[in-house]
Ligand binder design. Structure first.
Ligand code: GDG
Length: 465
């Protein structure tokens, strides 16, 4: 069997509990097969180190997994990471052209770091390695590797949404970016909508042909594409809910909120997650349904994220002020409608918190998948489950159709759905939860990993140039 080589912007220690998302999924894929995980160390290389010519790739093996990391210098961090990845690709791929900053230095830095990754990775590769590249930071990596003579099978998975062609076309380098995807053997997306957007882009902008479902031909290359919706480790997460810290958290929350109804939101503080819109909808709930006064309480955990990027500062100020207003307008001496926590909460405590909540609000304006929606389902008591209110614009909405789907831009409609979730009879909650659990079990993280790697293994070398 081929060795697996995973490449992502950041790596994490595979022995430690990862914070979530990509890190959990990658750890899962590597633990199954063993292999190499290559990426940025998260450290900025000091000028002294650079001048002293210190080795810049550190290799460390633990069990069957080898971690290889490299430091970036300040200029690369500013242009590749803060600049192109998080000030161009992230906003545009989440349909936020208004927040994108198309600075030409960013594109050059992005290309330079992808070349650096390719140069440092090449000597570590073996001829039959399967290479799996993750996410928007590394779109051109396969093209750079191919230019250096790499003939391995290389797959790419995009964790964030693929926007429609006319939004993609706003990126000055869009043609180069999309062409470089054709250096992969397999490109996986989260949802069918993303596959459709990509196919439309290459058909309209690059005269691609669809050879058969899942195969596109353009730029003299043939590429396999497909939707591989990422999942969670359902048993592990349900197990955490039953563990010591999970049970303690659940008991504390149930006691604290015994006379109230708890709603939960857990997100990175990111403008794609629709946090201000969510607070507006919650305010609307209090305005439209006064029976929730002195009762419904929203705990919103917004873990700090990308604090070096300007748009995130504005969001933080906006959330501080919205939550202050709602508490000022509706709060009582013994009741605060919103508890807004701008800190990271330990992963082991999340399942207990989810389980103690009657409703989860997962209402991004745009999201590749959204794993919080799946974690909330996994943590519920099947005999008395809480209800998920889910944005139709999250990739998860394609699968989780038994949640209450909402348009997060519509505060009134979202408030109505929240009220429906809060008052839903037990039998309907159980029926919906049973079907939702089936969906997250069918497409869990093991399925995601195995199905992507199997497709990559069988994708073969279909390039003819
Ligand atoms: C990208 C895509 C896609 C959050 N706050 C805390 C915390 N979390 C954990 C959650 C969950 C993870 O972080 C977040 O996952 P998401 O899926 O919501 O989102 P992104 O970080 O935006 O990730 C997304 C994902 O990649 C995977 O492909 O689903 O669409 O944007 O696991 O529980 N964990 C802890 N404390 C927190 O305060 N411990």
């Amino acid at each position: 069997m081929s060795r697996l080589v995973v490449v992502s912007n950041r790596t994490a220690d595979p022995r430690k509990t990862a914070a979530g998302g990509l890190a959990v999924a990658v750890r899962e894929s590597l633990q199954q097969t063993g292999g190499l995980w290559f990426g940025w160390s998260g450290k900025i290389r000091s000028e002294t180190d650079a001048a002293a010519g210190q080795p810049d790739v550190r290799v460390q093996t633990t069990g069957s997994v080898t971690l290889a990391t490299l430091d970036l210098d300040q200029r690369d961090y500013d242009t590749y990471y803060l600049g192109y990845a998080n000030d161009v690709l992230w906003p545009v791929f989440h349909y936020r052209l208004d927040l994108a900053n198309f600075d030409v230095r960013f594109a050059a830095g992005y290309r330079r770091v992808n070349q650096l990754f390719a140069r440092k990775l090449m000597p570590l590769l073996r001829p039959d390695d399967l290479i799996w590249v993750h996410d928007y930071h590394l779109i051109p990596l396969a093209a750079e590797l191919r230019a250096m003579g790499c003939t391995n099978r290389i797959g790419f998975f995009l964790h964030i949404p693929m926007p429609p062609p006319l939004i993609m076309a706003a990126i000055p380098e869009h043609e180069w970016l999309m062409r470089s995807l054709f250096a992969y053997d397999l490109v996986g997306f989260q949802a069918e909508a993303d596959v459709t957007h990509f196919a439309h882009y290459v058909e309209s902008e690059a005269q691609a042909h669809r050879l058969e479902p899942g195969r596109l031909r353009a730029f003299q290359r043939t590429l396999r594409v497909g939707a591989y919706p990422i999942g969670i480790d359902v048993d592990e997460f349900a197990g955490l809910a039953q563990g010591k810290e999970g049970r303690e958290m659940f008991a504390r929350m149930r006691e604290e909120y015994s006379r109230r109804r708890l709603l939960i939101g857990v997100d990175r503080l990111d403008y794609s997650k629709g946090l201000p819109q969510r607070v507006h909808a919650f305010r609307e709930l209090l305005a439209q349904y006064p029976e929730n006064h002195n009762s419904a309480t929203l705990i919103q955990i917004a873990s700090p994220s990308r604090e070096d990027v300007g748009a995130y500062d504005d969001l933080r100020r906006q959330m501080d002020s919205l939550c202050g207003e709602i508490n000022g307008d509706y709060g009582e001496l013994d009741w605060m409608p919103v508890r807004y926590i701008h800190r990271n909460v330990a992963r082991k405590r999340l399942p207990g918190l989810y389980r103690a909540s009657r409703v989860a609000l997962v209402t991004p304006l745009r999201d590749g998948m959204n794993l919080v929606a799946k974690e909330f389902i996994a943590a519920q008591d099947p005999a008395d489950p809480g209800m998920l209110v889910l944005s139709r614009f999250a990739g998860a909405a394609e699968q989780l159709t038994d949640a209450l789907l909402v348009n997060p831009y519509d505060a009134q409609g979202t408030a109505q759905a929240i009220q429906r979730a809060l008052t839903m009879p037990l039998d309907e909650r159980i029926n919906r939860h049973t079907r939702l659990t089936q969906r997250i079990r069918e497409h869990d993280v093991h399925w995601w990993c195995a199905s992507f790697l199997e497709a990559l293994e069988h994708s073969g070398q279909e390039h003819d140039s």
